[in-house]
Design a protein around this ligand. Structure first.
Ligand code: GLU
Length: 390
């Protein structure tokens, strides 16, 4: 075991994310024996004093099986219906399986707004905390029956990372059909090397993640690395491990191969964690080099440093702050609506009152509402489109 890496049971609170393919077999449906084995592992962790939360995929896959739907892509309303049928079966299976070890399960279905809007986030967090206080295991999934394609997490890797930060977990375990991170996709590149310890998610690590998702699960390595960024920034470690064996958690304890992502040594505070973990920036602010330097030294973003305003956002919405080259450098909550932001962009703070007719905040994004991110190229491209659309 490498420096910093600890056993599962020495963690205080663990979020375990389980991929669809582990739980559901195309032909035979739910893999009950495997589920029972995982629940036994969970019971063992709980007996040692570790709190456990589960993010379980499999609603859509399960619904497909129950409804006997053909293979291939489903239309949005078909996957919503499949999720409705599958989720009820999935929750029941978890509840029954955990009850064999005298553990009570509680179902939580989240939509994107439950983590992106501060008030709803605090509310969902309170429910999670209460369930854990009662010794129950929350079984969490996206509320796929009402999620539309624009307003959804879309993958449970990032959802699980959001849950981990929301619950104040110190470890996130992603169980799927791959045992960890490789320098290249191992099924394509025979030279691919396994990486067991990742001290920091650098651009090189991000580049290794590539794309690719299997038919049953939407997340590939890309979303796992995104999850890692959200979790580790909040001081939560992450493990990617194979769930293909029975008792996958016990196997990790016994030294099965897995990739471990170290938590950031300087995690940002809870409020900033919430800001940094936002999955969707509603707008974008392109700033000049001077403003970028100021941001990097911990200052607020003033209107004078804003070159361009993209998107239609309201005061309090999350905006991406991008540098002159279009790369995202920070995220924050806007102090102004987009239309006002356009009027005061490039102007001195002292001019705000005469331009808008009222004395607003001096900063476009205040330093308390701002966190440096440095997302990868994909994210930056999205922001670019935003700016052009805006
Ligand atoms: N929420 C989806 C489901 O339960 C799974 C999403 C994913 O595989 O990441 O079917």
């Amino acid at each position: 075991m490498s420096v910093g890496r600890k056993s599962l049971s020495s963690h205080r609170r663990i979020v375990i994310k389980i991929g669809s393919a582990l739980l559901v077999d195309r032909g035979t449906g739910l893999k009950t024996r495997w589920l029972d084995a995982v629940c036994t592992d969970i019971a063992a962790l709980k007996a040692k004093g570790t709190e456990v939360l589960v993010v379980s995929s499999g609603a859509i896959a399960m619904g497909r099986t129950v409804l006997n739907l053909p293979t291939g892509a489903l239309k949005l309303e078909e996957s919503q219906a499949a999720a409705a049928v599958g989720q009820i079966a999935l929750a029941r299976a978890w509840s029954e399986s955990l009850s064999r070890d005298n553990i009570v399960a509680g179902q939580i279905l989240l939509t994107l707004g439950d983590t992106e809007e501060r008030r709803r986030y605090l509310n969902a967090r309170a429910t999670l905390k209460q369930l854990m206080k009662m010794g129950a295991v929350p079984i969490i999934n996206e509320n796929d029956t009402v999620a539309t394609s624009e307003i959804r997490y879309g993958d449970n890797d990032r959802l699980a990372a959001r849950v981990a930060t929301m619950a104040g977990a110190d470890l996130l375990v992603l169980l799927s059909d791959i045992d960890g991170l490789y320098t290249a996709p191992p099924h394509i590149d025979p030279q691919a090397q396994f990486l067991s310890d990742i001290a920091e998610i650098t651009p090189e690590i991000e580049a290794m993640a590539g794309g690719a998702a299997s038919e049953l699960s939407r997340g590939g390595m890309r979303t796992k690395i995104d999850a890692g960024k959200i979790a580790t920034a909040a001081g939560c470690a992450m493990i990617i491990a194979s769930g293909k064996t029975d008792h996958p958690l016990r196997a990790i304890e016994d030294g099965a191969r897995s990739s471990w992502f170290a938590p950031s040594v300087t995690p940002v505070n809870a409020r900033k964690t919430w800001i940094a973990g936002h999955l969707q920036a509603i707008g974008a602010l392109r700033v000049d080099a001077g403003a970028e330097t100021a941001l990097r030294s911990g200052k607020s973003l003033l209107p004078a440093g804003v070159r361009e305003v993209g998107g239609q956002f309201h005061r309090g919405d999350t905006v991406a702050i991008v540098g002159a080259d279009g790369r995202e450098i920070a995220r924050g909550l806007a102090s102004y609506d987009a239309d006002e932001a356009r009027q005061i962009a490039g102007r001195k703070s002292g001019e705000i009152e005469s331009i808008l007719g009222y004395a607003g905040r001096a900063a476009m994004v205040h330093r308390d509402d701002l966190v440096m991110t440095g997302h990868g190229q994909t994210e930056a491209m999205k922001v670019r489109e935003d700016i052009h659309a805006g």
